[in-house]
Design a binder for this molecule. Structure first.
Ligand code: HEM
Length: 434
């Protein structure tokens, strides 16, 4: 949805500045910039408290008050005593939902109405094709379908051979670097590294053999830069057309532009190397080869794999036996520590009649997964306590909202669960944990 102010041709306004009437036009245009939002206020829906002129509710977000956005949304929902309210982020009107049942009603009950992603100006337009940041066009639908197939259960056995070396490396590294339990070790960087290694093999059939390999480190660095900006409220320019107009990318040094260039150069190298191996007669089992069979163009293959690589460092790797306590343990871990506190925002593609109001087409919708994952009405009085046995005997399809919900739910949710499960199991089997 283009904002009304985006449609104003500023260059025409500025040209006529020599005359008084043109100056008035310019002043009016500036006032329009200040007052207009992409959509008018939604009737009968409470508004987040204390919005400021021009920036709305943006100031306390983006980590500027040392808390994450979900925590700020929770404080507003408590202050308003509601689980559904609107906020103004610069010129973007947004709705935040924070209870499990309301999120379920909207994200699942109106799954098709919430199928688009919000367009993040100054970010999405700087990236090439990218599933997770794009509206559901025909092209994105094709890529998502191919990704779902490539990540689906029937393909898992083909990937086990990729998981095996990564998880063996993890155990070996932890054993050596932790001096067999003698030295305290922060294991997160090792998990992150193994997941990226796994994602590289899964997508482009490449291995990250050496953790210090300059090529891979540069790729990860630029992937992280892009992830940090995605759906973030840190940068004011993403929410103000006037800032993007007054301070163009070339002047502001928009980090996304450089990061995308470097990311694409690296993926081109990986792609060329994969093509050469296949041309040399090697049989490589990875997502790209699956996408080629699905007849996706080269740009679509990159777009799909980029989304997979981008998401991968957040999860974990391999295996076979199902132990109910471990299954319950990883579900509870994902519920309790919501690694994706407000998922990835959506945009409505139709008006939704809900609780006496109309949520308009084109509005940004944020699920406060962090709050809903600890919703006492849904999970009971112990919702704020970590209970590893919580999901034993409970096979609900939606144990938590950490993978999102509905039409754009994480396509790798099942595979990620399997990988996390397998890594926990492998660590338990390999080490005596005290
Ligand atoms: C524990 C690990 C992971 C978590 C918590 C997670 C979480 C999420 C969430 C919250 C979303 C947005 C869902 C929504 O809008 O409802 C998402 C989307 C996505 N995830 Fe994951 N994810 C994980 C692992 C992965 C992995 C390993 C991959 C790739 C191999 C992946 C690929 C994607 C893609 C491509 C999308 C975009 C889907 C779309 O927009 O249609 N994720 N993920």
């Amino acid at each position: 949805m283009e904002s009304m102010v985006d449609n104003i041709d500023i260059s025409q306004v500025a040209k006529g500045f020599a005359s008084p009437s043109a100056a008035i036009t310019l002043i009016l245009a500036v006032i329009l910039f200040i007052l207009y939002t992409d959509l008018p206020s939604v009737p009968h829906l409470p508004s987040a408290p204390n919005p400021l002129p021009f920036i709305g509710n943006l100031l306390p977000l983006g980590g500027r008050t040392q808390r994450n956005d979900s925590t700020a949304y929770t404080s507003w929902s408590k202050a308003l005593s509601t689980d559904l309210f609107q906020v103004r982020l610069g010129n973007q009107r947004t709705i935040v939902a924070s209870s499990f049942s309301t999120i379920k009603d909207l994200w699942i009950g109106h799954s098709n109405d919430l199928i688009d992603r919000s367009f993040q100006h100054g970010f999405a337009d700087k990236l090439q094709l990218d599933i997770s940041g794009a509206a559901m066009t025909e092209e994105i639908r094709r890529c998502r379908k191919a990704a779902m197939r490539a990540l689906g259960k029937p393909c898992w056995p083909g990937y086990y051979s990729l998981l095996e070396p990564s998880s063996v490396d993890l155990v070996g590294n932890l054993l050596r670097k932790g001096e067999n339990g003698e030295r305290e070790l922060e294991i997160y960087p090792y998990l992150r590294q193994i997941i990226f290694d796994l994602a590289l093999s899964l997508t482009y059939g490449a291995r990250q053999k050496d953790a210090n390999d300059e090529f891979v480190l540069t790729l990860i660095k630029n992937i992280n830069i892009i992830s940090k900006v995605r759906s973030s409220t840190q940068r004011f320019r993403d929410y103000f057309p006037i800032l993007r107009f007054l301070i163009p990318d070339a002047v502001s040094g928009n980090v996304v532009v450089t990061a995308e260039k470097i990311r694409q150069q690296h993926l081109d190298v990986l792609y060329a190397s994969l093509k050469k191996r296949i041309a040399d007669g090697e049989e490589v089992n990875c997502v790209v080869t699956g996408l080629v069979k699905d007849k996706l163009s080269e740009e679509e293959q990159h777009g799909t794999c980029k989304a997979l690589l981008q998401a991968a460092p957040d999860s974990t790797a391999s295996s076979v036996y199902i132990v109910p306590l471990i299954v319950s343990f990883y579900k509870e871990t994902l519920r309790f520590w919501t690694t994706t506190p407000f998922a990835t925002p959506r945009t409505t593609v139709a008006d939704i009649k809900y609780r006496g109001t109309t949520i308009p087409k084109g509005i940004t919708m944020i699920m406060n997964a962090q709050e809903a994952n600890q919703d006492k009405i849904w999970y009971g009085e112990d919702a704020e306590i970590f209970n590893p046995k919580r999901f034993i005997g409970n096979d609900t399809a939606l144990p938590h909202l950490t993978f999102g919900a509905g039409s754009r739910i994480c396509p790798a949710a099942a595979l990620s669960n399997r990988i996390i499960y397998a890594l926990i199991l492998r660590l338990i089997l390999a080490f005596e944990i005290k």
